[in-house]
Design a protein around this ligand. Structure first.
Ligand code: ZN
Ligand code: ZN
Length: 458
C-alpha cells in the first residue's frame, strides 16, 4: 500500500464499458460516488483516502522533504494549486492520521500583466486569491511577473537570480497596500505584444515565473518550491516539450524533483494525481478555485502548441483513461542530463544546453537551411552582428554591445525558438542578457589566451 503505482494496465478501455452505478470497490459497503482510474468506483471517503495516499506517498518515497523544513508553495488560485493547498492544510491539521512535518509558506505570482487587463480587474482577482492565502494563517507573499524583468544583482555579481526581487509579504494589510500601490511596469505588456506566437508567449511566461519563484525562494531562504503539477498537466508538458524541440528537458520538466535551478529545488507532490481527480477532490471538499484569465482563456484549439496538446491529451483521456499514465510512465524512464559546468545551461530556462552537437546533426541542418533562406546572411557570425532576420533590421539591435547572436548562443534549442519570436533581445530580462554577455566575454578571453594554456587545462 505504501508505493504509488498506477495499475491501469496497458490496455485502453473505452469509456462506454464503464458503469458508475455500483457500490464502492474498496469498502464494499457504501454507494460509489466517483469512478477513477480505468474503472474503479469509490465512495467519498475511500476516494479521499486514495488521493491523500498518492500525495503523501509521492512525498514519502522521495525522501527529500525533511521534518520542520520550510517550503514555499506556489499558489496560482487555479484548481490544482487549490487542491494542493487543501491537501497540505489537511495533512498539517490535528485530524490528520499522521501529520505532515514541513512548514509551508505561500507565494502567488500575478501573471495578468501579460494580458494588459484593466487594473481594477487585476486587483479584484488578486483580492480573491489573497483572501484564500490569508485564510490559511501561513506566511504569504505576492509578486507579479513584471518583477521578473529586473532581477538586479546588488553585489555586482552577474549570476542569474542572485538578487533581491521585490515581493510583498501580505501577512498584514500593509504589504497588500504596498503591492497595489507599486506601479506595474508597462514593459511587460509591451514585450508580450511584440512576441508573435502564443506558444512563444507561454514559454516566456513559464521562464519568467520560474526565475521569479527561484529568486523569491532565495531571498527568503527557502530551498524548495512546491508546484501543483498534476499527471495530466505533466503528460501535456511531455508531448508539448517534444513537439517544441525541448525533448532533452522532458525529464526535468516532469520529474518529482527539478534541480536545474541550482540551490533551489522545485518539487511536484501531486504528480501522480490526475486533473480529473483534482476536480473531484475539490468538489467533494467544496474547495473553490479562483478564476484567473490566461493567454489561452477562450482561445481556439490551435492557439498554441501547449493548448493544442492539452485538447489532444484530455480528449484522448476522456475516451481511454490510461492515456495520461501511459505517457507519464514512458517519460519517467528517461534520464536527465546532469549539469557539470557553470556554463553548460540555458540562461533563460536553466536546462542543460542541448546545442553542443556535431556538424552532421539535425540542429546544424536547421541552422544551415535557415541561413540559406535568409539569403546569405550568416546567423552564426558574431562579427556581422546579424540577428538572423536578414533584412537589415539587426544593425540597430545591440544590447550593451551584445548581439542577438551572442544571446542565442547561451540558449537551449527550445528557448532559441522563443527568442526568435521577439523583435529584440533587449526585451529579455536584464539578468539574462548580463549572464549571456559575461559568458561571451569569458569565452573571448579564453580564446585570446588559448595558446598559452597547457593541454587539458582548458
Ligand atoms: Zn468506500
Ligand atoms: Zn532554454
Amino acid at each position: 500500500m505504501c508505493s504509488v503505482q498506477d495499475e491501469d494496465g496497458d490496455i485502453a478501455v473505452p469509456r462506454s464499458a464503464i458503469s458508475a452505478d455500483r457500490v464502492c470497490m474498496k469498502c464494499k459497503d457504501t454507494k460509489a460516488v466517483v469512478v477513477t482510474r480505468v474503472n474503479d468506483a469509490l465512495c467519498r471517503d475511500c476516494f479521499i483516502v486514495y488521493v491523500v495516499h498518492k500525495f503523501r506517498a509521492t512525498i514519502g518515497k522521495s525522501h527529500l522533504i525533511r521534518d520542520g523544513e520550510e517550503i514555499l508553495l506556489a499558489f496560482s488560485g487555479g484548481p490544482c494549486s487549490s487542491a494542493l493547498l487543501h491537501l497540505v492544510q489537511e495533512g498539517l491539521s490535528q485530524r490528520a492520521h499522521k501529520r505532515l512535518r514541513f512548514k509551508p509558506s505561500l507565494v502567488h505570482i500575478d501573471e495578468m500583466g501579460v494580458l494588459d487587463l484593466p487594473s481594477e480587474e487585476r486587483e479584484k482577482t488578486n483580492a480573491a486569491i489573497l483572501d484564500v492565502l490569508r485564510g490559511t494563517g501561513y506566511p504569504c507573499y505576492i509578486s507579479s511577473l513584471e518583477q521578473a524583468l529586473d532581477l538586479p544583482d546588488g553585489s555586482g555579481e552577474q549570476k542569474v537570480g542572485h538578487c533581491r526581487p521585490p515581493c510583498w509579504n501580505i501577512d498584514n494589510g500593509e504589504g497588500l497596500e504596498n503591492y497595489n500601490r507599486a506601479k506595474h511596469d508597462k514593459r511587460l505588456a509591451d514585450v508580450f505584444k511584440s512576441i508573435k506566437s502564443t506558444t512563444a508567449k507561454e514559454n516566456y511566461v513559464r521562464n519568467l515565473r520560474n526565475q521569479l519563484l527561484t529568486a523569491i525562494a532565495r531571498r527568503h531562504s527557502y530551498s524548495k518550491v512546491m508546484l501543483a503539477n498534476t499527471s495530466t498537466r505533466l503528460a501535456i508538458r511531455i508531448l508539448s516539450d517534444i513537439g517544441q524541440g525541448r525533448g532533452g528537458q522532458v525529464s526535468v520538466d516532469t520529474c518529482f524533483a527539478d534541480e536545474r535551478h541550482g540551490d533551489i529545488m522545485f518539487v511536484r507532490p501531486i504528480r501522480e494525481v490526475t486533473s480529473k481527480e483534482v476536480a473531484m477532490y475539490n468538489s467533494l471538499y467544496r474547495v473553490e478555485p479562483v478564476f484567473v484569465p490566461t493567454l489561452t482563456t477562450q482561445a481556439s484549439r490551435g492557439a498554441s502548441i501547449d493548448h493544442l496538446t492539452e485538447c489532444f491529451v484530455t480528449g484522448l483521456q476522456a475516451e481511454f483513461p490510461s492515456t495520461v499514465s501511459n505517457i507519464t510512465r514512458t517519460a519517467g524512464k528517461l534520464d536527465s542530463v546532469v549539469r557539470t559546468g557553470t556554463e553548460d545551461f540555458c540562461v533563460l530556462c536553466q536546462s542543460p544546453l542541448d546545442t553542443n552537437v556535431g556538424e552532421a546533426s539535425a540542429l546544424r541542418a536547421v541552422e544551415f537551411s535557415d541561413m540559406l533562406s535568409k539569403r546569405g546572411c550568416d546567423p552564426g557570425s558574431t562579427t556581422s552582428g546579424c540577428c538572423g532576420e536578414g533584412d537589415g533590421s539587426c544593425q540597430s539591435s545591440k544590447v550593451n554591445s551584445l548581439h542577438n547572436t551572442d544571446v542565442i548562443k547561451a540558449l537551449c534549442y527550445g528557448c532559441r525558438l522563443t527568442v526568435k519570436d521577439m523583435t529584440d533581445v533587449s526585451q529579455l530580462p536584464s539578468h539574462v542578457t548580463q549572464e549571456a554577455a559575461s559568458r561571451i566575454s569569458r569565452l573571448r578571453m579564453k580564446e585570446d589566451i588559448q595558446d598559452f594554456l597547457i593541454d587539458g587545462d582548458s
